[in-house]
Every structure is written in C-alpha cells, then in structure tokens.
Design a protein around this ligand. Sequence first.
Ligand SMILES: NC(=O)c1ccc[n+]([C@@H]2O[C@H](COP(=O)([O-])OP(=O)(O)OC[C@H]3O[C@@H](n4cnc5c(N)ncnc54)[C@H](O)[C@@H]3O)[C@@H](O)[C@H]2O)c1
Length: 362
Amino acid sequence: MKYALIGCGRIAINHLKAARANRFEVAALCDIVPGKAEALLARAEIPADAGIRTYTDYRQMLAVEQPELVSIATESGKHAKIALYCIEHGIHTIIEKPMAMSLSDADRIIAAAEKSGVTVSVCQQCRFNQAVQAMRRALEAGRFGTVSHCSVNVYWNRERSYYEHDAWRGTWKDDGGCLMNQCIHGADLLRWTLGTDIARVYGVTANHLHGYLETEDMGTAIVEFKNGTVGVLEGSGNVFRENLEETLYLFGSDGKVKLGGNSCNNVEVWDFADVQEGDETTRTLREPAPNVYGHGHMRLFQDVAEAIEQHRPPYVDVYAGRTALELILAIYKSQKTGQPVDLPLDSFSTEDMEGIFGVKTI
Ligand SMILES: NC(=O)c1ccc[n+]([C@@H]2O[C@H](COP(=O)([O-])OP(=O)(O)OC[C@H]3O[C@@H](n4cnc5c(N)ncnc54)[C@H](O)[C@@H]3O)[C@@H](O)[C@H]2O)c1
C-alpha cells in the first residue's frame, strides 16, 4: 500500500520506521521547511536515491503521488485542516495526537470519516503497550471484580530548551499545555479503562515554572464516571531534572494493578483474587522503551494496515481520539470557569483558554 508522511519533525521517525516495518511502500515525505524531509531520510539511514520523493507542499504531494495512506505528524494545531483534506480526498489517515484542538474540529473529522468510509486512526499508541494490553485483558475478563477507581500520573520533565526549540510549543493555538500534549495518552487510558461515559470533571491547572509559556505546566482532575467509578488524572512537566514516571493504578474488589515505567510500559503490581496461570510472568512484565513514545507507533500502523485490509474499524479510532480530547478540554474549561464541568461537552477549544496564564515570550 502506497504511503506518504506529512510533517518531518521529532516524532516523524517513528512514523517512517513503523510504515517501513509494516511493509507500506513509502512513496514520499513532506515538510514545509525545505530540507527537513531529506534530513529525516538521513536520520532513518535511508539513502537519498532509495526512491522516496520529498515535497514542501502536501497537496502537491498527494496529487502527484496518490497515496492510499498518509500519516500526519505536524504541530497539533494543523492536524484538523490537513486530516480533513486527506479524508475528503479518500485517503486512509493516521493523525498524531491530539486529533484536533477543538471539539468542533474533532466532530468535523468524525463526520468526514463516516461519510468517506476511509480508515482514520489517532496516535494514542500507549493502548498497545504490553502492560496496558495485559491489564485490559484482565479488566475485560472481569478479574478486577467491582472496579472502584483508577489514577494516572504523568510526572515528566519539559524544560525551557524544549519550548525554545519550536515556536508552536506551549501555545493555545497549536499545542495546549502539558495536559494536552504530554498527558493525553493518560487521559485516553483513564477513559478507556473506566468507561467512556463521564458525568462530570473537576479540573485545576496552573503554570508554576514556565512563566514564558501561554499554557499550563501542571494540571490535575477528578473525573466522576456515570457508572460510579472515580478517576484521577495528574500531569506535569515540572519534574526536576528528568522524566520520572507515567503510572496507572487500577483498583477493584478482587484485584489491583500498578503500571509504571516512563509511559505505563511496565507491570509493577499484579495481584488478583483468582490466581491464574501466567500471572507470575505478567507480574514481572517489562517492556523497555527507548523514550516515552514507546513502541506503539509500530503496532498502531500494523493495526491500521489490518483494519484497511479487513474492512474493520481501527483499534484506536476517531471516537477514541475525541473522548481523550474531550476530557482534556473539560479540565481546561473547569479551570477557566472555576466550576465542575458536566459532560458531554459540545464545544470547547484550547483557544478558549487564551490569556489564562500569560503570553509566550520565548
Ligand atoms: N504519539 C506520541 O507519543 C507523540 C510524541 C511526540 C509528538 N507527538 C505529536 O506529533 C506532532 C508533531 O510533534 P513533533 O514533536 O514531531 O513536532 P516538530 O515540530 O518536531 O515537527 C512538526 C513538523 O511538521 C512540519 N509542518 C508544519 N506544517 C506542515 C505542513 N503544512 N506540511 C508539512 N509539514 C508541516 C514542521 O515544519 C515540523 O518539521 C504533535 O502534534 C505532537 O503532539 C506525538
């Protein structure tokens, strides 16, 4: 299947490697900054004469190359416009997280995907972590008994140099703060674990150590689900010196699990009333990851290939993209209004947060 990549920055190498490993025919790469597509080829150690063409205009690339699948790895604020263009041109599309910056744009993408019938997936790839998959199987098998609560903690480090590197980072228009950028995987896992139906969200965010950004650098939320369970999400880029952990705790009447590591990639506690064969192995499951992005892109691209082939929905679809986005936007709205926010949320955008903390000065 012919594939093309739009956006050749930091995360793009995961897309390129995942596309090649899953035997897509990589036809072309595009970045508006001249030279970045070529630099990505060099980073991936692909020779310039390997037959992968480079472009600076994605519309031109799509017209010339006619790929069947694209992935979009531009800054977040551009995802929606480019995704709509691709979907409306009948191209299967993988969108980096967050799928959009507003619920109205997410809804436009969903409507376009439903209308065109192409496969659209969102890179919330932590769902594919082996540890997360093990917990998911136990949950679906009812091993937790009555689920009580779940807590996700993203304790990472993002310093000034990270934000200085690209103008879009830490802006409401194109990024959002640590919750939208770094914690959306955690929001996705929390919602996926406790059920998508949320009654209300109590959110508090702040900017403590990054006064030169527009957005929050820490945030926390209590999430009441309609089924009575309670979720807690806490995220921060303020951890001194280096990333500490992304952990998930899930508690039920008959079991408890803690996933740890830098991005929920290890099992740290695995304890159930009904001891089963395989529990010993699962208890020590470690999936070393080179960075916080993990190996999930590889599996997500594989899933998309199979979804297209088998005419089935992808494992992480546009609705999953929207539910994660909705939770983060509800936290933002709660911070803005000082009130709990009832879901479903019909409309809210990161841009509704403009002026909350200040302006970007770097
Ligand atoms: N899934 C994950 O774990 C994960 C990890 C990191 C980043 N991301 C997401 O990936 C996206 C990109 O992040 P990044 O760190 O690679 O950013 P980046 O700034 O390094 O890369 C973005 C690239 O897109 C290019 N670009 C912008 N507009 C374009 C256009 N119209 N056509 C073609 N190229 C265009 C930019 O020139 C830049 O090279 C963000 O949305 C981010 O949230 C996801």
